[in-house]
Ligand binder design. Structure first.
Ligand SMILES: Nc1ncnc2c1ncn2[C@@H]1O[C@H](COP(=O)(O)OP(=O)(O)OP(=O)(O)O)[C@@H](O)[C@H]1O
Ligand SMILES: [Mg+2]
Length: 272
């Protein structure tokens, strides 16, 4: 199954925002989506206004099955969610002596049916949960905030991903979108970061040049426990995430046409 991991070791770059809008956006396009929160901060639950008795922690510990931890919300048919809470911070030590603990999530989700794709939100860290996400996903979406530190975080993340690729060479893990977030076209920081992304040999090939513009509606939507499609479907954030969905659907179309994700068509850069 297609699995999209939204990752960046840098905090606050728009991972959760992107994971949630992508999951809900794919649902709006007719896909059945499982959204997995692999960050003990539990921000997916905060954003969507959901809670659950069983979370990713019980799934990884083996004290609950996948069907027991997948939550549904009548307001959002087509979307299943596995939540996280701060209790998952303890997993690192609880699983310390478990064999092959990096592939637990992949094994626990292997029998799950009824979804067309999985979207993973992750922590701002290369920790056990993030490794589990990377070993479960088939592709990466890398949100990058408009500053030097976000760029450094993106580079460190890709170094970690390359390490995973060399340790588990059989795993498919394509970088399908590097997503500039909170872009403010007129600022020096945005221009410099976009230029640096375009100049990076690894990131430039997957650059979603359209970017996600700075848009306060994303913050208001989160405060209202709504997706951008529910809260402000005519906002520029909705427009930009719609373009990102096109980009990701194009990747899939490109993959089936050419057999390689690298050959997928890219959306044209737009000026804003
Ligand atoms: N395009 C945007 N324009 C304006 N604000 C944004 C944008 N994207 C995200 N934000 C805001 O930035 C803040 C951080 O976003 P988010 O929580 O998605 O980041 P994160 O990478 O998941 O953080 P963490 O690393 O802590 O998990 C939130 O308040 C969110 O509403
Ligand atoms: Mg987050």
């Amino acid at each position: 199954m297609r699995g999209i991991a939204v990752v960046n070791m840098k905090g606050g770059v728009g991972k959760t925002t992107t994971a949630v809008q992508l999951a809900a956006g794919f649902v709006a396009r007719g896909h059945r989506v499982l959204l997995v929160d692999a960050d003990p901060q539990g921000n997916v639950g905060h954003l969507l206004g959901m809670s659950a008795p069983h979370t990713i922690k019980e799934l990884l510990l083996g004290t609950a099955t996948a069907s027991e931890v997948i939550r549904r919300d009548d307001r959002r048919p087509g979307l299943g969610v596995i939540l996280a809470t701060p209790a998952a911070f303890a997993l690192e030590t609880q699983l310390a002596s478990t064999m092959q603990r990096e592939t637990l999530l992949s094994r626990r989700l292997s029998g799950v049916t009824g979804f067309d794709l999985i979207v993973f939100d992750s922590s701002p860290a290369m920790n056990l949960l993030t490794y589990n996400v990377l070993l479960c996903a088939t592709e990466l979406v890398l949100p990058v905030g408009m500053d030097t530190m976000a760029l450094a975080g993106a580079r460190q993340t890709l170094n970690g991903v390359n390490e995973i690729r060399s340790l588990w060479p059989d795993r498919r893990l394509a970088l399908t979108a590097v997503v500039p977030t909170a872009v403010s076209a007129n600022t020096h920081a945005s221009k410099a970061t976009l230029q640096a992304l375009a100049a990076d040999a690894e990131m430039a090939g997957a650059l979603f040049a359209h970017g996600i513009r700075q848009c306060i509606d994303l913050t208001y939507a989160a405060a209202a426990h709504q997706t951008i499609w529910e809260y402000a479907p005519a906002s520029r954030a909705a427009e930009d995430y719609d373009a990102l969905l096109d980009h990701l659907e194009g990747q899939r179309a490109g993959e089936s046409r050419h057999g390689k994700e690298e050959n997928a068509p890219r959306v044209q850069p737009s000026l804003h």
